[in-house]
Design a protein around this ligand. Sequence first.
Ligand code: IMP
Length: 200
Amino acid sequence: MPTKATKRSPRIKPGQREEETLRVLISHQRIRERVKQMAQEIRRDFPNEPVHLVGVLKGSVLFLADLARELGGEVSFDFISVSSYGKGMDSTGEVKMNKDLDVSIEGRSVLVVEDILDTGLTLKYLLVLFEERKPKHLRVAVLLDKVERRIADVKADYTGFVIPNEFVVGYGLDYDERYRNLPDVCVVRLGPRGKTKIEA
Ligand code: IMP
């Protein structure tokens, strides 16, 4: 089954291997500094409480790992997997659960950790689902926010960077399951054949 990001990838013919050009949008250094600041903001709001991080697979994994280390104090985590798109670039508006949480969030201070807020349909679905499970607090941290693309009426409590409407990869985000391991967030474009270039 294709993943969310696969379904959101720029249009290429099935099986086609176009060359891609990557441009660094946000360097790892900037990400590291911003994640540290976000962790401080979160800890300021929850000074002496255990914080339960809920990562949305798979794009949030690197962000969650860095955020967890910067948070300090008592932190636990769990993961959920959902699919939010039909074929091509357009959202169907439907969100389907692939894997639920392992443990109950009732009475916990929950921080949903997302890689990127796009239409907001995934987050809307998750917030409705989690609210029903009666957490003590329910907050949202996103690394990237494509504000212009928003359809659902949702916003994050903690946002790393607002970015333009470009398809991005790296630091957990993929294009056909590739590039998740890039340390920087990069804009990916399909270009002329040749070597994959990374431009600063
Ligand atoms: P939303 O429901 O439209 O907000 O979808 C958010 C999900 O779409 C993210 O968790 C990503 O998996 C995927 N997505 C949206 N934009 C991008 C992008 O630029 N690169 C990679 N994945 C993206």
